[in-house]
Structure formats: structure tokens, C-alpha cells
Design a protein around this ligand. Sequence first.
Ligand code: PEP
Ligand code: MN
Length: 348
Amino acid sequence: MIVVMEPHASREQVNEIVRKIQAAGLGSHISAGVERTIIGVVGDSHTKEQLRQSLEATPGVEKVVLILQPFKLVSRDFKPEDSVIDVEGVRFGDGSVVVIAGPCSVESREQIIRTARAVKGSGAVMLRGGAFKPRTSPYSFQGLEEEGLRYLAEARAETGLPVVTEAMDAAQLLLVIKYADMVQIGARNMQNYTLLREVGRARYPVLLKRGPSATIQELLLAAEYIMSEGNYNIVLCERGIRSFDNYTRYTLDLSAVPVLKQLTHLPVIIDPSQATGKARYVPPLTKAAVAAGADGLIIEVHPEPEKALSDGPQQLTPDAFAHLMGDLTPLAAALGRRLQAPAAMRAQ
Ligand code: PEP
Ligand code: MN
């Protein structure tokens, strides 16, 4: 349930509500919007109905609303305004299109720095690259691990691009936090609830990818795990789901964008690279994602895709990426949107 305060409710009145919720053995989460404060009540208690009546009668409260959906804090009912997630100056959800680019895996210092320079030159505002890779086969390249994280940090120092990279368990999460700016919870770990709680407690920006067989509700409940631990810095990512057709690697569920934008205040980005598995389909789906209202894209770019140690067929060359970015600028403008500029340029 959520408690909607009156527009001018005082801080003391909000504190009184929180005190009552705690006394009932339940948790509270405050969303201080521009217009009014909303307090989310989470947890399970047989005294909930009694508490609801007591809260409704408390000064400063406009109404108490029961949220019928299973996800609460991530829902628009709890927070009607879009959340803007700031990752070192990159702002997801502010209306602009954030483009993250980089190789599937970090393979060498030279490879990641070269790619970082190239994608920055074409307008990407954030760098991706896996150091811990969730590979289908145990015999495939598993990533450079901490060495890869060090190269990512060097690439950031070179270019100023903030870095997102995956962690698959709690130990990797500690390392990722040391070197990167945002942690990716990959599709295969979307329902690793222990890891989700860890990330929630870490209060560190998270890119949460939808599992290939997960429903939209399951994705939102995974985000709810993170948020219920107090971490509100979550960006959702649709990266293709399993369907009967296997011509592309997965089927990009573009309808997830408007559906998620309706259900949640969290930003939503698209990964057309994992979704298609083939570089030639990445540009059209990137454009479709912008048209569908995605808050951003995460695109795989490799200086020499044919030599890549993972996901070669789906990675764009730096030239193809530059071409795509050139196409996106007028497209975004025609849609009344714009590509996000680097933080330094925005400050001018
Ligand atoms: C990736 O980003 O390289 C990756 C493995 O992503 P996903 O978890 O979406 O498959
Ligand atoms: Mn990949």
C-alpha cells in the first residue's frame, strides 16, 4: 500500500507516518516528488488493515492506496514521475537517448582503449565491456576478470566515459564496484535473488537485463528485490526473449518499452546486439527502439569483429557504429528527441 501525503504535508507529518509503519513491523520507502511525498509500505503483516485505517486518519495524509500489482516500489503508483538515474553525469530517463557502446568482452588493453576512443568519437556517452562473461559453454572464453576491469578503468581514464560491466556473483560485484561505474546484472542472473539483494544493499547503479524467458512482471519483481534493499538506481534493459523463431538469436520484444514505461518509473534501454545476434540487424532495431521511446541503447562494437573472442557476429565495426550514430541524430530530432551529449558538453 502507499500513503499519498497532502501537497504541503510537513516533514514531521511524514515522519509520523514512517513511525507508525515501523511500529507495525513493516518497512517504509519515501518518494519525495516535486508535487507531493508518497510513502510505500512494504512487508507482510496481519495488522496491515488496522494500520491502513490509522494512517488514513493521520494529519497530512490525503489518501492511502492499495497497490494491487505484486511490484510496489518500482511501480508508477509509488512514483508517478520518471526516475532519472545518474551515472557519473550520464542521465538515464531524462528524455534524451543515452548510447552505451563497446565490445562484448574486454580482450586486451589496446582493444578496449581503441574501441573506447572510437565510440566516444561517434557520440557514445558510456563504455561497455565484459570482464566476467556468462558463456553458454565452459570451454568458451570466460573473460579477463580483474585484469579486464583494470583495462576498463584505464579506458575510462583515457576517454572520460563511465563504464558498465557485468558481475555474476557477490565476489565479482565487490571487484566491479572498485573499478566500474555501473554493474550489469546479466539476463542469466535476472532471477538470482541472492545477487539482486547484494546489489540492492550495495546502493550502486545497476543495469538489470531481462532474462530471455522472463515475463515483464518477473523483470519488475527482480527490480523490486533491488529496490526493496534501498537501491533506487536501476536501469532496465530489454535484450531479446526466446520465441519459436531462431533466425535471429532472440526476439527483441520492443513492446516491452511502452509497457514498462507505463508500469514503472524506471528508465528502459534496449540491447539490439544480444537480441539479434547479427550485426546487420542492429541498425534497424536501434532506430525502432528510439521510435518506441527507449531511454537508451547498449550496442556492441569491436575494432575487428571477425577476431572477437565472444559474440563476433553481432558486433558492429567502429565505422558501422559511426554510420548508425549519424542516422540516429536526425531520426531522434524528427521524433522530438535528441541523443544525450557528453556531460562536459551539456555543462557548457
Ligand atoms: C552481454 O552484454 O554481453 C551479455 C552477455 O548480455 P545478456 O546478459 O543480455 O546476454
Ligand atoms: Mn555479448
